[in-house]
Design a protein around this ligand. Structure first.
Ligand SMILES: [Mg+2]
Length: 288
């Protein structure tokens, strides 16, 4: 795989200005043909606009995001200073309805089209990304005004609480149904290994049935990731490399067949080693 210059950018710094990119990537990025449920495409703004008319207004985009999620103020205080009430999505809003629809579609696929009893190339499994695929981070995006900061984000993650990061609507039921159907469940996240405890606590609190042995946090020293650390430019693994090589490890070394892969970023889904991919909506940030 080839490294792209964009990997030099720190994760999650490009947020709101690219809000329309995620939905538009399906028609602009090669290798996305297998991504399903990518929603209607909004054209991405050009990388080098020649006129302001080519760019959406950032304040209007923020307003639209809040409308899509159904912004709701809660009584839970922020885990950084404990002084700011957290905002959450409305469980009866457009976002919740859209993710519930995707989860229901995936449940039907797993139950009726890809039953574990059917022939697979390995033990049947499904794989989930975590942030904004299984745990919703809208509260943090509002708290941070859509600007990622690793220190404040870690406080939210380490709270390990569904009152901070609740389940993405429909996904916990999907996960539990898949287990009942005989699938093994894996979680694969770009969160650092230091956030394991908070991650496990949050997933359990949000209703997921988690085998800690099947949770992969980002540890670039893992033996199956060495091939992407030694390219000619000596750059660290891209997200797509980290995730696809870990899926390859799960399939080829651990003997599973990843029947479905769920992610809110195309970098969760590209790179193969899954029979089917599901794109979860996320207009809040874009991770190359
Ligand atoms: Mg994610």
């Amino acid at each position: 795989m080839k490294h792209l210059p964009s990997i030099r950018r720190p994760a999650r710094t490009a947020t709101i200005a690219l809000a329309s990119v995620a939905a538009g990537m399906a028609i602009t990025v090669p290798g996305l043909a297998l991504a399903t449920n990518s929603g209607q495409s909004v054209p991405a703004p050009p990388a080098n606009p020649t006129s302001a008319s080519q760019i959406q207004n950032v304040d209007q985009v923020k307003t639209a995001i809040k409308g899509y999620y159904g912004d709701t103020t809660t009584t839970t205080m922020d885990p950084v200073n404990g002084t700011t009430a957290l905002h959450q999505f409305n469980p009866d809003g457009a976002y919740a309805h859209e993710t519930e629809g995707i989860a229901a579609s995936a449940d039907t696929f797993l139950t009726h089209e890809a039953k574990p009893t059917q022939k697979h190339t390995g033990k049947p499994a499904i794989l989930f990304d975590i942030d904004d695929t299984t745990l919703n981070t809208y509260s943090y995006e509002i708290y941070s005004n859509f600007v990622y900061n690793p220190t404040s984000n870690a406080a939210f993650v380490n709270a390990g609480s569904a009152a901070v990061f609740p389940a993405v609507p429909g996904m916990a039921d999907l996960e539990n149904d898949a287990i009942a159907q005989g699938y093994s469940v894996f979680f694969l996240t770009g969160r650092p290994a230091t956030q394991l405890d908070g991650t496990l606590a949050n997933l359990a609190d949000a209703g997921y049935n988690v085998d800690p042995n099947n949770v992969f946090l980002k540890d670039l020293s893992a033996p199956w990731l060495q091939s992407c650390q030694t390219d000619s430019n000596n750059l660290p693994c891209t997200t797509t490399e980290y995730k696809s090589l870990t899926r390859k490890h799960i399939e080829q070394d651990l003997g599973y067949d990843i029947v479905a892969n769920f992610g809110d970023q195309f970098s969760d889904l590209n790179g193969g080693f899954a029979d089917k991919t599901y794109k979860i909506p996320n207009p809040m940030y874009f991770l190359p």
